[in-house]
Design a protein around this ligand. Structure first.
Ligand SMILES: [Zn+2]
Length: 435
């Protein structure tokens, strides 16, 4: 996609008269009208879960977003002259904004309109979402839809449950993979929990968790995967901070937002969910200052998003392993995060170290005790291990940006799925690694 500069636009405008004169007569108006009608697709359906108040004014805006056929610079010049504000150029077409009355005249002037939509519909679809180049990433509605599709396509193996609501009332969806038990029904099987997107701007983590769910279902008949399906209770919650993830993208520009969307006492936005767990809460590597990106909140578990996880862990005593995906640093981290000492139990330490090393071998990341990086209290893994003895890990995915682009997804998913499948392999009895 190319952006047309103002200079280029002016160049085209100056040549428009000559271009119009050279234009072939084209189809009769009646033929064009029929063709235009046939080629105009239905208006897009509104996206779910999107706050539309920021574009409310566009409802009264008479402009349209139009895509019109344009083979060359002469066509493009003619369209500019006809009032189209060209924004995007493809090989055989251009797209841009145009006022209603001028749009109505395009066909009469011999142009073929391939699609059109009111600017409000266009903004609804494009303005409040991932920037176009990252459109392959899943926003909240798309994540929910993907999980629903997986559950619908695999009713014998899966069920979809909400583990609670976010601050703004979004369901935090979790795919359960267990052919024997569905929904909230307890299971005696050893359980594994995979989570993504504690931090809003770490969108690749949502993709990795979704990718894992998709992989397990695509390979459910293979002996190894089938073995895990038939013996384990597997949970995958790709977007644990849906408000933050949406807030980060809803202007169509990234906000680099890390926290949830709590409006704090000083009007700053967000609590750092990975500093809000009740494990040496806010003692180190976290801030009491609401405006800080590592703000721990007014008290431990002050946020619905962390309370959801607390409740889930406390009601699933069968959990043996946990993976919380973050990005980015290419690390596999294990407790302690909040104490600058190794896990006290030599047996547990051996399990953590063996698992960390093995998972890192699949991803090429570095296995490390969290506090070797820096001491930070109140994170998921310390709390899950300290209170429930769960072998809990943080994976910091690869890359050098919170927004590594669409091309980063496939490799991150492929490598981390291997590590996740390894984790399933030891979930049955993690202590085997210490024998
Ligand atoms: Zn993170």
């Amino acid at each position: 996609m190319k952006q047309l500069s103002l200079t280029a636009a002016l160049t085209f405008i100056c040549c428009a008269a000559a271009a119009a004169a050279d234009r072939p007569a084209g189809l009769a108006f009646s033929q064009l009208s029929a063709r235009v009608k046939a080629e105009v697709p239905a208006a897009p359906t509104p996206e779910q879960g999107v706050d539309l108040s920021a574009i409310e004014d566009l409802k009264n805006d008479a402009r349209y977003w139009v895509t019109a056929a344009a083979d060359d610079k002469y066509d493009r010049t003619g369209l500019l002259n006809a009032g189209l504000d060209i924004v995007e150029i493809e090989e055989r077409a251009v797209s841009g904004f145009i006022a209603g009355p001028e749009m109505d005249q395009l066909a009469q002037k011999g142009f073929i309109v391939k699609s059109r939509q009111p600017i409000y519909d266009y903004a609804k679809k494009h303005l409040k979402d991932f920037p176009a180049a990252d459109g392959v990433y899943h926003n909240y509605a798309e994540t929910a839809e993907q999980l629903q599709q997986l559950a619908a396509a695999n009713p014998a193996e899966t069920s979809l449950l909400s583990i609670g609501k976010s601050l703004e009332g979004r369901d935090v969806w979790c795919l359960r993979v267990n052919p024997a038990e569905k929904g909230e029904t307890p299971s005696a099987r050893p359980a594994a929990l995979f989570m993504g997107n504690h931090h809003a701007r770490e969108h690749l983590t949502n993709e990795v968790a979704l990718g894992l769910a998709t992989y397990l279902m695509a390979h459910k008949t293979e002996p190894e995967i089938r073995g895990y399906l038939d013996t384990l209770d597997i949970y995958i919650a790709p977007m644990t901070n849906p408000d933050g993830a949406e807030y980060d993208i809803q202007t169509g520009k990234y906000r680099w937002h890390r926290k949830n969307t709590r409006v704090n006492s000083d009007k700053s936005i967000g609590v750092d969910l990975n500093r809000n767990y009740d494990s040496l809460w806010c003692k180190a590597g976290a801030s009491h200052s609401p405006g800080s990106d590592t703000y721990c909140g007014p008290y431990a578990f002050s946020e619905p998003e962390t309370l959801n996880i607390k409740k889930f862990v406390e009601t699933h005593k069968n959990l043996k392993t946990l993976m919380s995906y973050h990005s980015y640093s290419s690390l596999v981290l294990y407790p302690w995060a909040g104490k600058d000492v190794p896990v006290e139990s030599a047996r547990d330490r051996k399990v953590f170290e063996s698992m960390g090393k093995a998972m890192a071998s699949f991803t090429g990341y570095k296995p490390e005790q969290s506090s070797d990086l820096y001491v930070a209290t109140g994170d998921t893994t310390d709390w899950a291990y300290a209170t429930s003895g769960i072998f809990a890990f943080t994976t910091e995915l690869e890359g050098s940006s919170f927004y590594p682009g669409a091309a980063a997804i496939a490799k991150a998913v492929a490598n981390n799925v291997k590590a996740a499948v390894y984790m399933l392999g030891v979930t049955g009895d993690p202590y085997e690694l210490a024998r």
